[in-house]
Design a protein around this ligand. Structure first.
Ligand code: HAM
Length: 427
């Protein structure tokens, strides 16, 4: 029978790939908690309406990429797998009355997200994000804080050549007015646009600006500039964000065409990119301000800004910058062997004591012969093998073999832990 494979666009992260992933996840948790974010987890699936209302109908994520789920027998109930983290966190913030907590409330989560995309390198149907959100403040400092958090994360990973593209969409009303200007500009050019951009003209005209299709590039050049269409208040907010970033020495470029694929943003939007790997999959993370989403989802008016960092692409970047070589699976320190079934109970006691004392251990007692156990011990990377034979057990001794030098010595059972500690202290 043919072996089954993981579904298209999903991957197994195998043991040898885990250390670099764990490093990335541990770093994310550490940076977030060091910077005042509280951990939270939300469900993998939510009401479809949550995503439709927040991310917006007319976006690719909703119209083309949503994974729908329902129980086998409950035809009326249907849900969607989360395509991102923000909507769920906002829902949770509102549902649990976090507006009444002392503000700001900063939350972070590490989550898997599902988008029915055409898979390719760096683009998966299940991907992972480090998502952090800052609720309860409308001022520019909050925008700068989430950008600073992302910057601290990339720095803590040791990544080089990380760039930041920055833009503002202005207030929601300014964004809507600008959208009308774009429609007026692009409508006479409609036939000359790519098919995707023609569709966007009706559904989501701003997205024409971040089209990567070569057909659209020339037409985009003459389009009205958003930054020139926004009011003084919005300009001041954007300038303040930049001032904070300059003080923290976070390099950035203003990209007036940075629109982003989700509808909930107003004011600041940004994307983290791997410089030198420019292309459609170069976005390592992105985010922005989305105050309006709180009221759209039934809450009171308030501030909200956040970031989603793509961990699959971040891990790929760590590897391509040659930083993954330091990460390996940890070998056991000690392996416990015994070829004699009659004294397995003594071996079990030794294992229990080693474990209690905090040693990293493994054992091959499940294998029949001592010879095959020794073979596994040799491959394990462990420093010492403890060999428990019938004669040694009678004499209350254990043979300790240094697997590097091959030297073996008999150690009294009562002295075993002290002996091992001395050996490791000198290793
Ligand atoms: P997003 O730009 O859609 O934003 O996704 C954030 C990051 O997730 C991307 O920059 C990318 O690195 C990664 N990503 C997205 N789709 C895929 C995929 N199919 N395969 C691999 N990686 C992918 C959001 O999701 C917003 N919720 C960010 C946010 C948080 N805005 C405010 N708060």
């Amino acid at each position: 029978m043919q072996l089954l494979q993981s579904p298209r666009g999903t991957r197994d992260i195998l043991p040898e790939q885990q250390p670099v992933w764990q490093f990335c996840l541990d770093t994310a948790r550490k940076v977030a908690e060091q910077m005042g974010y509280l951990p939270i987890s939300t469900p993998t699936y939510e009401e479809i309406a949550l995503f439709e209302r927040s991310i917006g109908e007319g976006t690719d994520v909703i119209d083309k990429e949503l994974f729908l789920v329902r129980g086998r027998k409950s035809e009326e109930e249907s849900y969607a797998l989360r395509p991102e983290g923000t909507a769920g966190l906002v829902r949770s913030y509102l549902e649990h009355g976090m507006r009444t907590w002392p503000q700001p409330v900063k939350l972070y989560t590490i989550l898997n997200c599902f988008r029915y995309e055409r898979p390719q390198k760096g683009r998966y149907r299940e991907h992972f994000q480090f998502d952090f959100e800052y609720f309860g403040e409308k001022g520019a400092f909050a925008d700068a804080w989430v950008i600073y958090t992302g910057w601290r994360f990339y720095q803590a990973l040791g990544l080089k050549n990380i760039g930041l593209s920055l833009n503002t969409l202005g207030a929601a009303t300014e964004r809507a007015a600008y959208s009308q200007k774009l429609v007026a500009y692009f409508t006479p050019l409609k036939q000359q646009l790519s098919q995707d951009s023609q569709d966007r003209l009706a559904k989501n005209p701003l997205r024409i600006l971040d089209s990567k299709d070569p057909i659209d590039q020339e037409k985009k050049q003459g389009a009205p500039i958003l930054l020139e269409s926004i009011g003084e208040e919005s300009k001041r907010h954007f300038q303040e964000v930049q001032n904070y970033l300059k003080t923290w020495k976070i390099p950035f470029e203003i990209n007036p065409h940075l629109i982003r694929g989700l509808d909930y943003y107003s004011h600041t939007t940004f994307e983290w990119v791997a410089r030198g790997r420019e292309g459609s999959q170069d976005s390592l993370g992105g985010g922005g301000r989305y105050d309006g989403l709180l009221t759209i989802l039934g809450g009171q008016d308030g501030g909200a800004v956040g970031t989603g960092i793509g961990l699959d692409r971040t891990v790929e970047e760590i590897i391509s910058q040659g930083l993954a070589e330091n990460f390996h699976l940890l070998a056991p320190q000690i392996v416990v062997l015994s070829g004699d079934h009659g004294i397995h109970s003594q071996a079990q006691e030794v294992i229990e004591e080693l474990y209690q004392q905090g040693f990293w251990l493994d054992t091959y007692l499940g294998k029949e012969s001592l010879a095959s156990q020794m073979k596994s011990a040799g491959r394990s990377g462990a420093r010492f093998a403890l060999i428990i034979g019938a004669d040694e057990a009678t004499a209350n001794q254990i043979a300790v073999k240094d697997l590097r030098s091959g030297k073996q010595e008999l150690v009294p059972r009562s002295d075993l832990i002290r002996h091992l500690r001395v050996q490791f202290a000198h290793a």
